[in-house]
Design a protein around this ligand. Structure first.
Ligand SMILES: [Zn+2]
Length: 317
């Protein structure tokens, strides 16, 4: 039997262990950037992207209504699950980047979602696309971008960018491009992707179909070898589907093939000239999350990572 002093000490140690792990967990989720400014910051980044067609050749809505409606309907269906934080607050609008060589999608703070035509052409089915979009939505809804940008740039620069200061908007957009999500955030976004799709009639593990397909590529993109192992991600995504007992089975492959046929008809923009575009200060792909020093599980992937963190799978010439 423990003496009173020993028992007291034991209780103290237990309480300390619990509280330390609580604070550690809370600290890892700390995001001092006010959520009310996510929308403003996202709007500023979106405007910056729209003003840079050399790096972000946005596909006009006019003439491409079918594809845009298709994508926005998928996003609406995900939001309708009522499982997405800020579903009514953030923008949640899709824009298509006309770049058939880039397998990518990304989401700014505040929910501006960008999907490359290259990614849409690459995927096989609607559940895969929904899985990818769910992953991107999860990054924004969990505020991974502002969390990481705050660590990297400091909250004041982000606030200035949200207020519309041109020079810092460029800096923030450029930094977003160079940042990567942490492994923990990627895993979380993968898990949320399943959670979002679970109440729908889609295969809830659509995102794992994307990874499986990527693994089969003859020349896998660099991020596949450096970020959380695709094998582990597939395993995690598939396990989450079982864990939540998701019943959906639809892949809507035939509908998706029709959309791919429309994508195939889109004329790619002319190749960039060497002057100006794609230089070092070009605000490339908005990305997220900087390194979290000293934590192996928080080690960020290099630029262009994550299934859906802004990543360039194929280098542009
Ligand atoms: Zn991601």
């Amino acid at each position: 039997m423990l003496s009173f002093n020993k028992a007291f000490l034991f209780i103290l140690v237990v309480l300390c262990t619990i509280s330390c792990s609580f604070f550690k967990s809370s600290w890892s989720k700390l995001n001092v950037f006010p959520v009310s400014q996510d929308i403003e910051l996202g709007n500023q980044v979106a405007a910056e992207i729209a003003s840079n067609p050399a790096d972000f050749p946005l596909l006009p809505v006019s003439g491409n209504e079918n594809v845009y409606n298709y994508l926005n309907d998928i996003v609406k269906k995900i939001l309708a699950t009522n499982l997405v934080d800020y579903a009514r607050d953030f923008k949640w609008e899709v824009k298509i980047i006309n770049d058939p060589k880039t397998l990518n999608a990304f989401c700014t703070p505040g929910g501006h979602i960008y999907v490359y035509t290259g990614l849409m052409s690459f995927l096989d089915s609607e559940d895969q696309l929904a899985g990818v979009l769910g992953h991107e939505i999860a990054h924004a809804a969990n505020r991974h971008s502002t969390q990481q940008l705050t660590k990297s740039l400091g909250v004041q620069i982000l606030l200035d960018a949200a207020l519309g200061k041109k020079e810092v908007i460029k800096q923030v957009t450029g930094t977003l491009a160079a940042l990567s999500f942490s492994r923990a955030n990627e895993t979380q976004a993968d898990s949320f992707s399943v959670l979002y799709l679970c109440p729908t009639n889609w295969n809830a593990n659509g995102a794992s179909g994307f990874f499986k397909k990527m693994q089969g590529q003859p020349t896998p993109p660099q991020w596949l070898s450096t970020h959380p192992s695709p094998t582990n991600r597939i395993k995690n995504i598939d396990e989450k589907k079982n864990e939540h007992q998701c019943k959906g089975k639809e892949s809507n492959s035939s509908v998706y093939q029709n959309i791919k046929a429309l994508i195939a008809k889109i004329t790619p923009p002319p190749p960039k000239t060497t002057s100006g575009a794609n230089t070092n200060n070009a605000p490339a792909l908005p990305k997220t999350n900087t390194p979290t020093p000293g934590k192996s599980d928080e080690k960020p992937a290099p630029a262009g990572t994550g299934p859906m963190a802004p990543k360039k799978v194929l280098k542009k010439g």
